[in-house]
Design a binder for this molecule. Structure first.
Ligand code: NAD
Length: 259
């Protein structure tokens, strides 16, 4: 199968070979897509370069999503090489570590709230705006969210609020861009040990808990998330927009577990 043959994909959020963006990049490449990446800062440049080259891509440009100037320069580079493209992956989130442990009421502050929402939700709007003139008919945009958007839990704190905003963002963008034949969705992934996740206190207990309680009795892999991403962004999913698709081994449907 190569159901993404000829599709050009911009992937924002690759940091390591544990990144969800890496699973998405691998699955999309397997389906025939051409890939371009960002790197958030100089520290990540050589790592992203190596991973991009492993997947046959020479396209990697700097982009910190909190800067409008960098967003603009990034898409100028993409336009120079590709002209237009088909798929935008938004796999980015951040909140200061002080916000991600302890009592939500006590640790959440104005600055942490603002940074979490800016980097983790507004960036989807900003990247979509900047991409719009370059997106082909039938284009697809995909973001990554987590169960903390709709359920309270320890440590996830203000990131849960930012993910709730992100999920609403997905619906408003889908509503707005549907008439242009552009689809916008998100995958709500189960917990995975990545760099971003290591900033959340108690991650190991979350992973153990999912293994015990999820109907499939295991944690998801970045490959499983990547495969769903490839499907959702392909023409096979042409009737799906504005949706949050759970790739969590069923954890989110459990009301009570007696194991
Ligand atoms: P990761 O650390 O591999 O990726 C996070 C990415 O965000 C990194 O590439 C980092 O460079 C980027 N980023 C952060 N701030 C940025 C900024 N200002 N500008 C540009 N890039 C910035 O971790 P991941 O787990 O693969 O995270 C990817 C997405 O998946 C995030 O939205 C995360 O919330 C979501 N998610 C993760 C899990 C999990 O358990 N790992 C579960 C559900 C959803």
């Amino acid at each position: 199968m190569s159901f993404l043959k000829g599709k050009k994909v911009v992937i924002i959020g690759l940091a390591s070979n544990r990144s969800i963006a890496w699973g998405i990049a691998q699955s999309m490449r397997e389906q025939g897509a051409e890939l371009a990446f960002n790197y958030q800062n100089e520290k990540l440049e050589s790592r992203v370069m190596k991973m991009a080259e492993e997947l046959g891509s020479q396209l990697y440009f700097p982009l910190d999503v909190s800067s409008d100037d960098q967003i603009s320069s990034f898409f100028t580079e993409i336009e120079k090489v590709w002209g237009t493209f088909d798929i935008l992956i938004h796999s980015v989130a951040y909140a200061p570590s002080s916000q991600l442990e302890g009592s939500f009421t006590e640790v959440t502050d104005r600055q942490g709230f603002s940074i979490a929402h800016d980097v983790s939700s507004y960036s989807l709007t900003a990247l979509t705006k900047a991409s719009l003139p370059l997106l082909n008919d039938g284009a697809s945009i995909l973001s990554l969210t987590y169960l903390g958007a709709i359920k309270a839990m320890p440590s996830y704190n203000v990131m849960g609020l930012a993910k709730a905003s992100l999920e609403s963002n997905v619906r408003f963008l889908a509503y707005d861009l549907g008439p242009k034949n552009i689809r916008v969705n998100a995958i709500s992934a189960g917990p995975i040990k990545t760099l971003a996740a290591s900033g959340i206190k108690g991650m190991k207990s979350m992973l153990d808990h999912v293994e015990q309680v999820a109907p499939l009795r295991r944690n998801v892999t970045t490959t499983e998330v990547g495969n769903v991403a490839a499907f959702l962004c392909s023409d096979l999913a042409s009737g799906i927009t504005g949706q949050i698709i759970y790739v969590d081994n069923g954890y989110s449907i459990v009301g009570m577990s007696l194991t």
